[in-house]
Design a protein around this ligand. Sequence first.
Ligand SMILES: [Zn+2]
Ligand SMILES: [Zn+2]
Length: 400
Amino acid sequence: MARGLHHWTREARRHLPALRTWRADFHREPELSNHEVRTQEKVLRALNGLGIPARTYGKDLHGVVGLVETERAGPVVALRADMDALPITEETGAPFASRTPGTMHACGHDVHMACLLGAGAVLQRNRSRLRGAFKLVFQPAEEDGHRGGALPLLERGAFENPHVDYVLGQHVASEVPLGTIGWKKGPLMAAPDEFEIRVRGTPGHASTPHQGPDAVLVAAEIITGLQALVSRVRNPVDPVVVTVGTVHGGTRHNIIPSEVVLTGTVRTVDPKTHAMAEQWIRRRVRLLAASMGASVKIRYQSGYPVLVNDALATQHVVDALSTELGAERLTELKHPGMGAEDFARYLERVPGTFLRLGVGTPTMRASSHSSTFLPAEPTLVIGAATLVAGALGLQAGSGR
Ligand SMILES: [Zn+2]
Ligand SMILES: [Zn+2]
């Protein structure tokens, strides 16, 4: 269903006033993960206004799935936007800046939701000429970090009735220039694991360190040992990041404490490496502690999976976007990023791709999760058109 350069962009531009209003409305009233109550109401109201039927998935999950149906059989494509904001005090000076001190849409999820509503508006308006169906998935709690909103939505059937064949999502990216789309086949984002290591030693006077293992020294060995694991055990072309973010222990300069607690994160971009990471860390930490006579308790928690874009589906989206935006507007990303996204959960179930929606300009270089992050207005039309053209590209590439 390719219709030539800028066809869907022109269609999306018809909805610019609505896109602006939706975005400003979401941005003004940000809500943290798992608290997206007003946001859910707004999404439901907007979909209702567009004549798009929608459903929710329980009081404790603030997601919404709208369904654009056509008269003709064809593949079902899910388009996803996340809904939650961050605990940051806004400093953008925007006329629609957050009215809630300490909470801000600093990750662009307000833009993602507006773009998805815009895409819904375009699809709904054109549905007599389209086939299959389009699920508009508004997902809460992406920033939650552990469970996220994607998994409960999937568990409660968001990708069934009708069954979803492909999934497409996008995230604003300030490292990609405004007006362009970053894409990549294979791994795009990391699996972020978390650990806590409790090192137990023998407490005592600082002047008699020979009386038992010193938890501070053992902790120091573990911190350096973990870096050696990354740099000397892992293949350097398969990136792994281990960062110890907190070190807590001790009360006074001349007392050896009984315990030091380390916490940190492990990031991997290969699902096989991810599957092994916990074992490596546990083994290395135990060996280091044992070699110094200390005991350790390790708590290790896997976060979101590695986000892996399906190669074929990505190609079909890229082809469609080249026709829509022009090939010069598409940038192949060379490397995966070490950030994480629970869009990965959808890609574990159905083929699809996650795009980087460029918002970088000479004046807007702030990265997401910063108090001055504010994508420019043209992002709204480009993002909506990208979702529509990409969804149709996935259908066209399906071979049915
Ligand atoms: Zn974020
Ligand atoms: Zn985000």
